[in-house]
Design a binder for this molecule. Structure first.
Ligand code: NAG
Ligand code: NAG
Ligand code: NAG
Ligand code: NAG
Ligand code: NAG
Ligand code: NAG
Ligand code: NAG
Length: 492
């Protein structure tokens, strides 16, 4: 080989290497995974023009709205699905949330999303609500793949004092990494978590990709918000709804601060932002799911069809709305695929990255809403059909936002009588065609018995794969009195 050609070859080789590594670098995006707590279907600007959520609206409309994105009926199960890619009924977390004194957590033989992302070179941080177990250190964030944690382990605490009371047990639930955090009494949690998220972005070494999981406390009860946010909704007479809407707008401002921080560091274009609620709105505490039927903690669409969008790096067709089925278990493989990794096919989740980035049809045609052997209910989706077996849960009506109606009562306007008839008959099987009846007004179970039978058979196959819920009794060893007044690990 003549020296000149060799030189050219070496140059080409170097050039190719550069392309490969620069492709790899540009292709691994930062990922910010934002979860809102108990945010209802009718509580965001793109579903309800009365809501003041300019930052979320801008991201949703400039990204891809997932209009058929499903979550579990309550908190810990959805988060289990997000973090593991498994249906909660496979890991014993399908029945309820993890209560503060219960000695359990997500099975330790499950790989968490940040563990997978760390292998792909990511820095990993969590800011906000954990709710996946803390009675032993092995269940806590730094042991499950996160480099840092600022947040709390349980749920439902005070937004300012960060205190949580269960019966006679009372303590503060807030930490930075492994250590209790005593300096933030009176800092509203939405401000605290937004500030930490901005710090994570500012301190991040941009030679590595960043994964930040940002599960806010907002907008779960208790209803607490600085007055400046509730004043944005002075026209709402119902005081619960007015506060709740203020909490949503504070959350929106927090998301605005996070995107502004990404922008300031020149990282916004290179960041994939995922936004989802963990379950439907709690209408007893200001949330709303109208026109969807039902509430948080039910198998109705109002409990399980969640607001969600993706925005930014790698997302194709910005400005579009997707109507294919997406389930909470799908975030794990979808996010790993966006990060250029691959997940095991043992998980329940399916990657939607090809559809989200290239506009291809989605991979999902079926999912299980839940199987709860203690409540004795379960539901499955196949295409446009939904089968519910057992009591779907209460409240089960169509609850209008108490904006122009007082008291937040069931409106039972057009459909109430039908609902009443169904309840009187003690119906335990519902079949809905959600393509034509997305709000579950017409039970077709008597009309299509063969369809009921085949869906029921399919659901029965999943029942065989379900483990019994892991729902142990409270254990007083977890009392914060044993841990200097903080909800703490080390008692199971
Ligand atoms: C989402 O689906 C509902 C039906 O449940 C439909 O009325 C609505 O227009 C869709 N939203 C968007 C943004 O396309
Ligand atoms: C994972 O751990 C759970 C208990 O925490 C156990 O029941 C299950 O069999 C384990 N699974 C595997 C695959 O080892
Ligand atoms: C928590 O851990 C992160 C990452 O190691 C570190 O940057 C941060 O300073 C730690 N915080 C505290 C209070 O130790
Ligand atoms: C947090 O605590 C766990 C368990 O004691 C320990 O393994 C881990 O190294 C600690 N991490 C930090 C950053 O202190
Ligand atoms: C937090 O502040 C409130 C009000 O200022 C006070 O009543 C409470 O005792 C404080 N809590 C702690 C743990 O310091
Ligand atoms: C957003 O940032 C501004 C400016 O720093 C701050 O005043 C505001 O409280 C922040 N909002 C939230 C919700 O954190
Ligand atoms: C409704 O059905 C359940 C289960 O079949 C049964 O236990 C319950 O007694 C029934 N309730 C009424 C009011 O008929």
């Amino acid at each position: 080989m003549k020296p000149k050609t060799r030189c050219l070859c070496v140059t080409l080789l170097l050039f190719a290497n550069n392309i490969v590594s620069s492709l790899q670098q540009t292709k691994q995006p930062n990922i910010v995974f934002i979860v809102a707590d108990d945010l209802g279907w009718n509580d965001v600007g793109w579903n309800n023009p009365e809501m003041i959520t300019p930052n979320l609206d801008k991201l949703a409309h400039g990204g891809v709205i997932l209009n058929h994105s499903y979550v579990q009926p309550v908190c810990s199960p959805s988060r289990t699905a997000f973090m593991t890619g498994y249906y909660p009924f496979r890991v014993g977390l399908q029945h309820s949330v993890i209560w503060p004194l219960q000695p359990h957590g997500v099975q330790l033989n499950k790989t968490f999303l940040p563990q997978e992302l760390k292998r792909l070179g990511y820095a990993t941080h969590v800011v906000g609500k954990w709710h996946l177990g803390f009675c032993k250190w092995a269940y806590t964030p730094l042991e499950r793949g996160f480099d840092s944690f600022l947040g709390y382990y349980t749920g439902s605490e005070d937004y300012y004092t960060h205190e949580r009371t269960v019966g006679k047990c009372h303590g503060i639930d807030l930490r930075f990494n492994n250590s209790s955090l005593k300096t933030e009494n009176s800092t509203y949690s939405t401000h605290l978590f937004a500030r930490r998220a901005v710090d994570v972005i500012n301190e991040h070494d941009t030679s590595r990709p960043l994964f930040m999981y940002l599960p806010f406390q907002a907008v779960h009860s208790p209803l607490q918000v600085p007055a400046k946010y509730s004043r944005m909704y002075e026209h709402i007479r119902d005081h619960q709804r007015r506060k709740y809407c203020g909490m949503v707008s504070a959350l929106d401002e927090a998301v605005g601060n996070v995107t502004a921080a990404l922008k300031r560091r020149g990282q916004l274009e290179n960041t994939l932002i995922v936004f989802t609620t963990d379950n439907g709105g709690q209408t007893k505490s200001g949330g709303n799911n109208y026109p969807l039927r039902g509430n948080k903690a039910t198998l109705w669409e109002g409990g399980t069809r969640g607001v969600s969008f993706v925005h930014g790096a790698g997302v194709g067709n910005p400005g579009s709305v997707r109507s294919d089925l997406f389930h909470a278990v799908d975030w794990f493989p979808t996010i790993v695929a966006a990060a250029q990794g691959k997940t095991s096919s043992a998980i329940d989740g399916l990657s939607h990255w090809a559809s989200l980035s290239k506009g291809k049809p989605g991979p999902r045609h079926e999912f299980v809403y839940n199987i709860d052997q203690i409540k004795g209910n379960s539901a499955i989706r196949l295409g446009q059909y939904k089968l519910i077996e057992g009591p779907p849960g209460e409240p089960s009506g169509w609850i209008f936002p108490p904006t122009s109606w007082s008291g937040g009562k069931h409106i039972d306007r057009l459909w109430g009588s039908e609902s009443a008839i169904m309840d009187r008959q003690n119906v335990s099987v519902y079949l809905f065609n959600l393509e034509f009846d997305p709000n579950e007004h017409y039970n077709l179970a008597d009309v299509y018995p063969e369809l009921v039978a085949s869906l029921s058979q399919r659901l029965a196959e999943y029942h065989k794969q379900a483990v019994w819920p892991d729902f142990p009794p409270d254990d007083s060893r977890g009392d914060p009195a044993h841990f200097k007044g903080f909800w703490s690990p080390g008692w199971c």
